[in-house]
Design a protein around this ligand. Sequence first.
Ligand SMILES: Cc1cc2nc3c(=O)[nH]c(=O)nc-3n(C[C@H](O)[C@H](O)[C@H](O)COP(=O)(O)OP(=O)(O)OC[C@H]3O[C@@H](n4cnc5c(N)ncnc54)[C@H](O)[C@@H]3O)c2cc1C
Length: 425
Amino acid sequence: MVNLAVIGAGIGGCSAAYFARKYLPRSKVTVYETEDRVGGRVFTKSEGEMRKELGAVFFNPSNRTICSFVEEMELEVVKRNREPTGFAVWNGTEIIFKSSQSMFYEMLRLIARYKLGLLKLRLIIKEAKGKIRTLYSKEGERPMELWELFEGTNLDMWYKKPFDQCLLEMGIGRKLIDEIITPVMRIIYSQNANLGGFAGLSSLIGVYGGSTYSLKDGNITLPRKLLKDSGAKVELESKVESIEKTPEGSFRVLVGEKASVFDAVIIATPLEGAGLQLDGVSTSQLRPREYQSVFINVMKGIIDPDFFNLKPNKLLPTILTSPGADPITHISVQKSKSNQPWVTVTSKEPLDTDFLGDIVKNGRSILNHSWSTAYPIFRPIERLPPICIDKGLMYLNSIESAAASLESSAFAALNATLMLRNDLS
Ligand SMILES: Cc1cc2nc3c(=O)[nH]c(=O)nc-3n(C[C@H](O)[C@H](O)[C@H](O)COP(=O)(O)OP(=O)(O)OC[C@H]3O[C@@H](n4cnc5c(N)ncnc54)[C@H](O)[C@@H]3O)c2cc1C
């Protein structure tokens, strides 16, 4: 019998509990969670007929671990980009690019503007998808550290360099990078420059590599279901303050005044925001990362075209931004059959009510959320930090040095559980 503690009930922790049931069948699992809810950076909020994902929004068919959960649990999915909706790019003063609603016309126009860049981009994505498939099969053959998996499939070249440098070296023009790729990356990572290459690549596959999906009943259904099926004991409102390795090689987990001892621990939260101390183990390979804050304001109302120097009815439902529009990174409109639309303004810094009022005419705030540690500010790195910190102590969110997504946390959870099984056998 293995007595296992999982710290954090986000998608990573819930996946780890689920995999422990599958691959460590003689284990007893306790999941500790600071908040009074499961999900972490998966956070679905509903109001009437409208639903909003305040955290992770979509996944794609290349996300093998997430897709296998969806299949095993028979969860219903919705395709997100069903209709071409069009987008504009705003530089803080004016709209610098506007897509057309017609896909055919749009393709012709983009090919004329960016020459062969778009075709090259498709080839890069195709090749990268092939390497990622190899990475999954290597993990299946033998679980190993992430850096070994990445180096074994030549994917490490992506996290070692900035994304734009990787693309330039592969023949993508500066114009396409600056006018389209950077604004798209700003929606996803709120980052302007020196974005780590693998973070860029994984998002490029997500947004440009085919359809994307969400769960019909809200993304929150996935971590909830994983946890339920794991049969783990869940301790909500239980912040783990320290994990200490004992002389016998087990781990003393402290929550408030209460200490419990476990044979193994999986840490499933970034240490940077966890307020969690590690004692008796070496953490020299875990360099602290800088995290990005993200602020989300959802309002009922209509975008004011004057704010963007446009005529009425000339705005498109998705507004991407270039660095001149900081701190706003993205504005999107969600239509409703019976109600006023919802306008979501996403920014890197809090926005004051007057400023939001300038963007959304007669807007009424309905939801807002701030993520203090949304995802790392991704920088190129030489080698990924380890998942296995010590025998019996795994750290899933090491993977966030390369990418932070539903898939990366679930993938790291599978890898960590399989490494733990080897460690303990
Ligand atoms: C605004 C936003 C949009 C995003 N969009 C997407 C997207 O469209 N697609 C995608 O794939 N990914 C997206 N992501 C990234 C994705 O949400 C995360 O990478 C993923 O959910 C991380 O899961 P996790 O379980 O590793 O960490 P988390 O979800 O952060 O879970 C960690 C949990 O641990 C808990 N915890 C922290 N410290 C302690 C402690 N000391 N003791 C006990 N519990 C603790 C936390 O409360 C939290 O619940 C987005 C993220 C954000 C913020």
